[in-house]
Design a protein around this ligand. Structure first.
Ligand code: ME8
Length: 517
């Protein structure tokens, strides 16, 4: 049994969760479920990043201590995930004892090796990103993420010798074309690495300036800061260094992040791992931004989309489907309720929902609701089975390559193919002609394909998939599924199974434009 370890970024607790956080976490959940169906032993980690200036400032604003504040906001993230049908195996908080211990162990190891030194540094510090920017990285003197002018800070601090590992990292990326994907981000990282000497990474803050962090094990007057703290969460959760979980899951580590934190994950983290003599992760999967009317979502612009509100309004499963289908992985994508409603009606209500409810209704009308026997296979049946095989194989391959939207598109070739199959085989005519043997074949082909589609949809729409399968008289057990085998296997839906008489999985919705103010 292979393993599959999937992580999301640990989110800052300086604001409530929004659509962007929900997207990454839903996607991670889908990847976990997909790998589960592929027979892998899976582990899915998410959590919250709770140290740093931003948090102290946000707590002060609300008149709370940092610790009261982080408890409150972290719980908002933790409690949201089950409502979006997200099943994470662990939820890590950087203020937990297990994490503090792990960070200190890694720091000590890297320090003992001589890869951490004490030095003076002056630089352009962006509080939003919690990192220093080089002159070259600034755009018009401003931070490219926050478009604010960074503050010039000079102080004595500890540094990680990141530059020492630059050549090794270039070699590793060259030797592992999938290490960073999609390709555009791999190219971006490569051109950054080849554009000049990598700077060393400032990893501490004097306690006189900031106490809300993890104390350096080799100097009590300093705390470690942001990335050296946050990134290590991925191995803390596997009980590094001693745990069996670490041995089992680390080799398959897949990180999922948006492009805003590409450099820390693609450059800081692998070099930190190398210095700590830990194998690099397997893949870094990088997605683009959800935009609102072509602008990035931000609290200050007041255009933040509340994921729970969308899920409650349109259904969790439709919301999950939309996010995964609409965004081409790696590119930016615009979110609008209009587009969501469009896809819900077209793909889910019309294509899939109608196909399913028509199939169930016909099974009732023609065969009393019992799955009929399949007779001889004709050309049309053979054709649709070929479409099915190609569509499911493409779905799986695309999901393995982190091309989720294309994967769903491939599956819909089967959904649309089946709708056409009904039009051409005309079960109602076969019924009128009393050609029950041919009718049985057609209905069986439809029902068995519905079963296969439902199984493939479980990673994206867990509840809808289980409901479809229940309506087909099947109790779904993910651990019993062999998704790869589903491409070629035929006939798992048993003859005589009683199916539901109707289904209303995805009712059509009308889009109401908000009246102009
Ligand atoms: O960066 N579109 O936390 P963060 C898509 N604590 N995804 C978005 C998004 C958008 N408009 N906005 C946010 C941090 N995200 C650090 C991470 S990891 C060791 C430490 C998602 O709360 C996306 O996954 O700012 C992005 O990478 C992440 O939220 C940033 O979360």
């Amino acid at each position: 049994m292979d393993s599959f370890f999937i992580t999301t970024p640990i989110y800052y607790v300086n604001a409530k969760p929004h659509l962007g956080h929900a997207y990454t976490t839903i996607l991670a959940d889908s990847m976990k479920r997909f790998h589960k169906l592929m027979g892998d032993d899976t582990y899915f980690l998410t959590g919250t990043d709770e140290h740093g200036d931003k948090i102290v400032q946000a707590a002060e604003k609300g008149g709370q201590t940092p610790s009261e504040y982080v408890d409150e906001i972290s719980a908002l993230f933790r409690n949201l995930w089950p409502d979006l049908q997200i099943e994470n195996d662990d939820f890590i908080r950087t203020t937990e004892k297990r994490h503090i211990k792990c960070v200190q162990e890694v720091l000590q190891k890297v320090y003992d090796k001589g890869d951490i030194y004490f030095g003076e540094y002056g630089g352009h510090y962006c509080f939003g990103c919690e990192r220093f920017y080089t002159e070259k990285e600034l755009v018009d003197g401003k931070c490219p993420q926050h478009e604010t002018k960074p503050e010039y800070i000079a102080e004595k601090n500890y540094f990680f010798k990141m530059s020492k590992y630059q050549d090794w990292l270039i070699g590793h990326i060259n030797a592992n074309p999938d290490f960073i994907r999609p390709e555009r981000y791999r190219n971006e990282v490569m051109s950054l690495l080849k554009s000049g000497a990598l700077e060393d990474l400032c990893i501490s803050r004097p306690k006189s300036r900031l106490e809300w962090g993890i104390e350096l094990p080799f100097d009590k007057d300093f705390v470690t800061y942001v990335w050296f703290d946050a990134l290590i969460n991925y191995i803390t959760a596997l009980d590094y260094p001693k745990g069996d979980k670490f041995k089992k899951f680390w080799p398959s580590a897949n990180h999922l992040v948006a492009k805003d934190i590409l450099k820390p994950h693609a450059v800081f983290w692998p070099t930190m791992l190398k210095a700590a003599e830990i194998e690099p992760y397997q893949n870094l999967n990088v997605h683009g931004y959800w935009l609102i009317k072509d602008t990035k979502m931000s609290k200050s612009l007041g255009n933040v989309v509340e994921p729970l509100e969308m899920a409650q309004k349109y259904g969790v499963n439709a919301f999950r489907y939309f996010l995964m289908r609409e965004m081409v992985f790696g590119n930016d994508s615009s979110f609008s309720e209009e587009a969501l409603v469009g896809r819900l009606n077209a793909d889910l209500a019309n294509d899939l929902g109608n196909l399913f409810s028509r199939t169930l209704a016909m099974t009732h009308k023609y065969f009393g609701g019992l799955v009929p026997a399949e007779g001889e296979e004709g050309e049309e049946d053979c054709n649709i089975k070929n479409i099915g095989r190609a569509s499911m194989a493409a779905f799986q391959q695309n999901f393995l390559e982190a091309k989720f939207s294309r994967g769903l598109e491939s599956l819909w070739e089967l959904v649309r193919g089946l709708n056409k199959y009904i039009d051409t085989t005309q079960p109602w005519t076969l019924y009128k002609e009393e050609n029950l043997s041919r009718l049985g074949t057609v209905m069986y082909v439809l029902l068995e394909n519905m079963r296969k589609i439902a199984v493939h949809l479980w990673p994206v729409m867990p509840e809808a998939s289980e409901k479809m399968l229940a309506e087909l008289g099947i109790t779904f057990r993910p651990e019993k599924v062999n998704l790869q085998g589903e491409v070629d296997v035929w006939g798992l839906l048993e003859l005589g199974t009683e199916v539901a008489s109707k289904s209303n999985l995805f009712p059509r919705v009308e889009f109401e434009k908000t009246p102009p103010v």
